[in-house]
Write a protein that binds this ligand. Structure first.
Ligand code: CDP
Ligand code: CDP
Length: 223
């Protein structure tokens, strides 16, 4: 097994919306004593920047320039991950409904992906990391030591996400929104959501977070 001090240990976790990637990935990273990066927050940050600047979600060239010129910095403060965009903490904006509604359109733009994938690779080159997203095992870190495709039925994922929202959105709305986003993410031409050929698929419909974490750790131990 590669140890956490091995500078090449990389773990890729991909999967559809609300499959548990960030909760599970953060805990796997904590137990291994290595870093965690939720790449979805970077796509959300560019989407928020576009909304702020009035850039249309269908204008690929402006979105690409925005992704190239925006400074994204991820910092941990009091055990919380915060995202700074050009120095401003926008963490609390990343999950607003207006971001949810266009983030998949923005993320389908190749120029946006190129800019963010380059930054993600630079971050990964700095040392051991658990990275989660849609294209980590297929595109960002194709040589990752362990690749997991984490999934669950749309209904279970919507139930979990609706529970997080504490009744602010009803189950039906959340389910429709997840399905719509999964469809756009899976059907785009550039880096669609899809398991890497060498990924282990874990369906967490009947699994707790702890059970998924333990399964991933046992896979990492075999590396
Ligand atoms: O947390 P949730 O699964 O709902 O979404 P997220 O991981 O924050 O990702 C938001 C959106 O960013 C996704 O629906 C994708 O459109 C995009 N994304 C992507 O294209 N590639 C990634 N590596 C990560 C996210
Ligand atoms: O990052 P992603 O969008 O894939 O999902 P998440 O934000 O990590 O997880 C969505 C919700 O599902 C969180 O509230 C998790 O605690 C919950 N979850 C769960 O209850 N059981 C699992 N096996 C995985 C996630």
């Amino acid at each position: 097994m590669k140890s956490e001090s091995d500078c090449t240990l990389t773990i890729a976790i991909d999967g559809p919306a609300a499959s548990g990637k960030s909760v599970v990935g953060r805990e796997v990273a904590r137990r291994l004593g290595i870093r965690f990066l939720d790449t979805g927050s970077m796509y959300r940050a560019i989407t928020w920047a576009a909304i702020q600047r009035g850039v249309n979600a269908n204008c690929a060239s402006k979105l690409s320039s925005l992704a190239c010129s925006s400074g994204i910095r991820l910092v941990t403060q009091s055990d919380e991950d915060r995202l700074l965009l050009d120095g401003t903490d926008i963490t609390d904006r990343l999950r607003l409904p207006e971001v949810d509604s266009i983030v998949s359109t923005v993320s389908a733009v190749s120029g946006v992906r190129r800019a963010l994938v380059a930054q993600q690779r630079v971050i990964a080159a700095d040392g051991p990391i658990v990275m989660c997203g849609r294209d980590i095992g297929t595109v960002v870190l194709p040589e990752a030591d362990a690749k997991v495709f984490l999934t669950a039925s749309a209904e279970v994922r919507a139930e979990r996400r609706a529970a997080e929202m504490q009744g602010r959105h009803n189950f039906g709305q959340v389910l429709d929104e997840l399905r719509r986003r999964d469809r756009v993410d899976s059907e785009r031409d550039d880096s669609p959501l899809s398991p890497a050929e060498d990924a282990t698929t874990i369906c967490s419909d009947d699994m707790t977070v702890e059970e998924v974490v333990l399964e991933i750790l046992s896979k990492v131990r075999q590396c």
